[in-house]
Design a protein around this ligand. Structure first.
Ligand SMILES: *[C@@H]1O[C@H](CO)[C@@H](O)[C@H](O)[C@H]1NC(C)=O
Ligand SMILES: *[C@@H]1O[C@H](CO)[C@@H](O)[C@H](O)[C@H]1NC(C)=O
Ligand SMILES: *[C@@H]1O[C@H](CO)[C@@H](O)[C@H](O)[C@H]1NC(C)=O
Ligand SMILES: *[C@@H]1O[C@H](CO)[C@@H](O)[C@H](O)[C@H]1NC(C)=O
Ligand SMILES: *[C@@H]1O[C@H](CO)[C@@H](O)[C@H](O)[C@H]1NC(C)=O
Ligand SMILES: *[C@@H]1O[C@H](CO)[C@@H](O)[C@H](O)[C@H]1NC(C)=O
Ligand SMILES: *[C@@H]1O[C@H](CO)[C@@H](O)[C@H](O)[C@H]1NC(C)=O
Ligand SMILES: *[C@@H]1O[C@H](CO)[C@@H](O)[C@H](O)[C@H]1NC(C)=O
Ligand SMILES: *[C@@H]1O[C@H](CO)[C@@H](O)[C@H](O)[C@H]1NC(C)=O
Ligand SMILES: *[C@@H]1O[C@H](CO)[C@@H](O)[C@H](O)[C@H]1NC(C)=O
Ligand SMILES: *[C@@H]1O[C@H](CO)[C@@H](O)[C@H](O)[C@H]1NC(C)=O
Ligand SMILES: *[C@@H]1O[C@H](CO)[C@@H](O)[C@H](O)[C@H]1NC(C)=O
Length: 729
């Protein structure tokens, strides 16, 4: 294939009318679109003029290029403009699109004729002959006036014309009876191309006739519309031509040799017609060989013929000229760097310079898994071209570091090389960024000062690797500092990366040995209800046990307290981390009680010594006091709990009430003793009086006895007694 490099010189005036902010380097030339039978004219001045503005292009030189019509010129024509500006030369390529509208567009059912059965799948074929470039072709399928499918070939870069026969799969229903299908081949050549875009509509529309579903298929299929590349024109009843090998698959540039022989008993002669390696008519032979040392024609169609009395039967040899791709590479489309989970990306497999497309299979792999095969069996283009199919992926977190590759395989059939020639791209490793996920235990416990939040094992995933942040009650905490017992509670751990965040909450339990908080002493009033176990706080994790001991014996502290329960209690608390004990003194308070027997009165002979004791018990120990009329001969002494009032040589002045009072905070009790001081005379008088009364009683008794014996009534006459009494002081 010959490249035509066409140069056009474009001069800018060095006077500098071009605005300084315009950099021709970055200016893109508009595309030139030309019909293949039209002359190609490129006017660089005109191209630049459109972009840079009139002021910029100052040249009198003719910068136009005229090529003539493109029919016999290379489809791959290339041209560039030389731009001289500020004494530097810049070369800009002009993109030229040479297009050709199809020779024909037709629609037909594939392998089928006659009415269709409802519910059965059929294929309609749109046969588009000799169109270029495929990249700009849009095949539009219509049912009636309804657009049902648009097919594009934007993943191909082949400038030469070829045949295209896309298919449409239909499953007609009875409503489709009488429906009309058509296809349109439109060349969408962009803004520089002809407007509206040239299009060709299939000349015949298909009228679909639908039969109700029947258990058996009606007609046997015919081959209407199928593409048979081998065209044999051997007349029936005559002889035939035979190739050995029957068909040829040859790599571009390789030698090829095919023997053509005839079964005719008496051929006049034979020959090969071919652009290369043709063999002129050889008389009286029954075989002739077509040989090419270096096959460099993509579209070669050698034909063998022989001359007989019946005419000149001929047969075309099927030759597939193939070329393995120059390169196959895979890359993300319009993207660089890591991908984000859940976002759609396209990977492009760039296959350079491969032929024929019809036999190309592009195989996409993820790791070793085959994920997509793309074929181009609906294209018939013999010349090589570039193919860049894309794969749409929506990576998930599991696809991080996944490896994609694509393979270009030329599946050339049994005549072709085995295994089929394959070129594989370098693998593409993708990096997927995804938001964090976090899975943590519901709780975590450890001994105080050993518990570091960083030690909590959470499963955190995310790419880029997330940062973890601990917080409690919305306040961030330093996760590397050991926690103390007061730090127990609900914590939140957040995993954060640029894709998002995830949180988990964890109950953090800081364990520690028991700790008892009790008062050393409790004062309880007897019969009061007090639960000292509730008053004694025990802390510790795990929850400690607590036991109470009194006098080495384990006890259950009472609720209602009596003086018997007074004493020292020891609380012992333990858990797995240790134990704690505390002694609590329980004072059961009760009101004073006077211990000695009650003596309410006391008669004392003057001059004698007398002492009054008073002792009381109670909790707290009562204060015992005597209340009396103070005199010089009275003193109070204390001995133990006993308080004694001593009267020395009692005088009558010491007569009175002596009150003992025992007091504590719970209550008070008193005992009164009446002390009477008497002389000895007084006692004697009392003695005489007593004697006299006694004698009198005896006399009375005797008198009554006598009267009872004399049987009569007696008068009792009282006797006058005169008793001398000395008044008491
Ligand atoms: C090229 O374009 C310029 C600017 O539009 C025009 O002046 C000139 O005549 C054109 N030349 C030809 C040969 O058409
Ligand atoms: C294009 O050129 C070919 C031969 O070079 C000629 O046969 C054909 O008529 C030309 N077409 C037009 C539209 O001038
Ligand atoms: C255009 O520039 C290239 C250098 O980039 C030079 O080789 C070529 O001769 C130039 N063409 C013309 C027509 O000046
Ligand atoms: C211009 O085209 C030539 C081939 O004719 C190619 O080698 C070169 O890379 C192209 N330059 C640009 C900028 O596309
Ligand atoms: C095909 O493309 C045309 C525009 O060119 C659009 O109006 C139509 O809806 C498309 N049809 C389908 C099925 O996408
Ligand atoms: C229909 O076309 C697709 C490609 O668009 C191709 O893979 C498939 O084999 C074709 N089906 C038939 C029955 O030709
Ligand atoms: C692609 O084709 C190969 C055989 O060539 C087959 O093993 C594989 O399963 C196919 N892959 C898919 C996704 O159809
Ligand atoms: C991917 O390829 C299909 C054809 O196979 C094409 O229609 C589509 O536009 C391509 N997508 C991108 C983003 O190039
Ligand atoms: C791609 O991943 C593979 C493992 O899956 C590894 O061996 C290879 O080095 C990676 N290549 C690059 C360029 O990172
Ligand atoms: C995680 O917690 C932070 C504050 O601690 C909050 O801003 C964020 O929205 C939470 N994220 C989720 C996913 O709950
Ligand atoms: C406390 O200690 C006793 C024996 O010393 C033991 O049986 C008990 O299980 C311990 N309690 C706890 C909570 O560790
Ligand atoms: C002692 O006297 C008090 C009143 O002073 C009385 O309540 C109490 O019962 C008496 N006790 C005795 C043993 O007589």
């Amino acid at each position: 294939m010959m490249l035509a490099g066409l140069l056009v010189l474009l001069m800018f005036d060095n006077g500098g009318a071009c605005p300084p902010d315009i950099n021709p380097q970055t200016v893109e030339l508009p595309e030139v679109v030309v019909h293949h039978a039209d002359p190609l004219v490129i006017n660089c001045t005109a191209l630049f003029n459109r972009r840079l503005g009139d002021a910029c292009v100052i040249t009198d030189e003719d910068t136009s290029l005229f090529v003539g019509n493109m029919t016999n010129v290379d489809w791959d024509i290339q041209a560039y403009c030389n731009i001289t500006m500020n004494e530097s030369l810049l070369r800009k390529n002009v993109t030229i699109t040479v297009y050709k509208t199809p020779d024909s567009v037709s629609i037909s059912p594939l392998n089928h004729s006659g009415p269709m059965v409802e519910g059965t799948e059929y294929h309609l074929l749109c046969d588009i002959k000799n169109v270029a470039p495929l990249q700009n072709l849009v095949v539009k399928w219509y049912k009636g006036n309804e657009s049902i499918l648009n097919v594009t070939y934007s993943d191909l870069s082949i400038k030469t014309p070829g045949d295209v026969f896309p298919n449409l799969t239909i499953t007609p229903s009875r409503d489709d009876d009488g429906a009309q299908y058509r296809c349109e081949a439109e060349l969408d050549l962009g803004p520089e191309g002809p407007q509206p875009p040239p299009k060709m509509i299939s000349k015949d529309q298909i009228h679909v006739e639908v039969l109700p579903h029947q258990p058996t298929f009606p007609t046997s299929p015919t081959t209407a519309g199928s593409m048979d590349t081998i065209q044999s024109t051997v007349k029936p009843g005559c002889c035939y031509l035979e190739f050995n090998p029957p068909s040829v698959v040859v790599e571009y540039g390789d030698p090829v040799s095919v023997l053509c022989s005839t079964s005719h008993p008496k051929p006049d002669g034979m020959g090969w017609e071919s652009t290369i390696g043709g063999v002129s008519f050889q008389p009286d032979v029954s075989s002739v060989t077509w040989t090419v040392d270096k096959l460099e024609d993509w579209t070669i169609e050698p034909m063998c013929y022989h001359s007989t009395v019946d005419g000149q039967p001929r047969k075309t040899l099927s030759v597939i000229v193939y070329k393995t791709p120059d390169s196959v590479s895979i890359s993300p489309l319009n993207h660089a760097g890591p991908m984000v989970e859940g976002t759609e990306y396209h990977l492009v497999c760039d296959i350079k310079n491969v032929a024929p497309l019809q036999n190309l299979v592009v195989k996409w792999y993820k790791g070793n898994e085959s994920i997509l095969n793309v074929t181009y069996s609906h294209l018939s283009i013999k010349t090589p071209g570039d193919v860049f199919p894309n794969l749409t992926i929506t990576p998930s977190r599991d696809d991080d570091a996944a490896q994609y590759r694509c393979e270009a395989e030329l599946d050339l059939g049994p005549e072709g090389p085995q295994p089929p020639p394959t070129v594989t791209s370098e693998p593409l490793n993708i990096t997927v960024h995804y938001e964090p996920r976090i899975v943590c235990p519901g709780w975590y416990s450890e001994l105080e000062n050993d518990l570091i939040l960083d030690n909590v094992r959470c499963i955190i995933t995310g790419n880029p690797p997330p940062d973890t942040v601990w917080s409690r009650n919305g306040e961030q905490v330093n996760a590397s500092v050991p926690l103390s017992r007061t730090d127990s509670g609900l914590y939140t751990v957040s995993a954060i990366n640029d894709q998002g965040s995830a949180n988990a909450t964890i109950q953090i339990i800081v364990e520690y040995a028991p700790e008892l908080t009790c008062r050393d002493e409790y004062n309880i009033v007897e019969n009061e209800n007090v639960d000292i176990t509730a008053l004694c706080k025990v802390n510790g994790r795990p929850e400690p046990d607590i036991h109470w001991f009194k006098d080495q014996n384990q006890v259950d502290p009472p609720i209602k307290w009596t003086r018997k329960n007074n004493g020292e209690y020891k609380a012992i608390s333990n858990n797995t981390h240790g134990k704690a004990s505390h002694i609590v003194v329980i004072n059961v308070f009760y009101a004073p009680e006077i211990l000695l027997k009650n003596r309410t009165s006391l008669m004392v002979i003057a001059g004698s010594n007398v002492s009054l004791d008073c002792s009381a018990e109670g909790n707290p120990s009562p204060e015992v006091k005597w209340n009396y009329t103070v005199a010089g001969n009275i003193n109070v002494t204390t001995e133990g709990r006993q308080r004694t009032v001593r009267i020395t040589r009692a005088l009558s002045a010491n007569t009175g009430i002596y009150t003992c009072t025992a007091t504590n905070r719970v209550g008070m009790v008193t005992r009164k003793t009446t002390v009477t001081i008497t002389t000895e005379d007084y006692l004697k008088i009392i003695g005489i009086i007593c004697l006299l009364v006694f004698c009198l009683l005896i006399v009375i008794a005797v008198y009554f006895c006598k009267r009872m014996k004399k049987q009569g009534s007696y008068h009792f006459n009282p006797i006058n007694t005169n008793i001398n009494m000395r008044a008491l002081p």
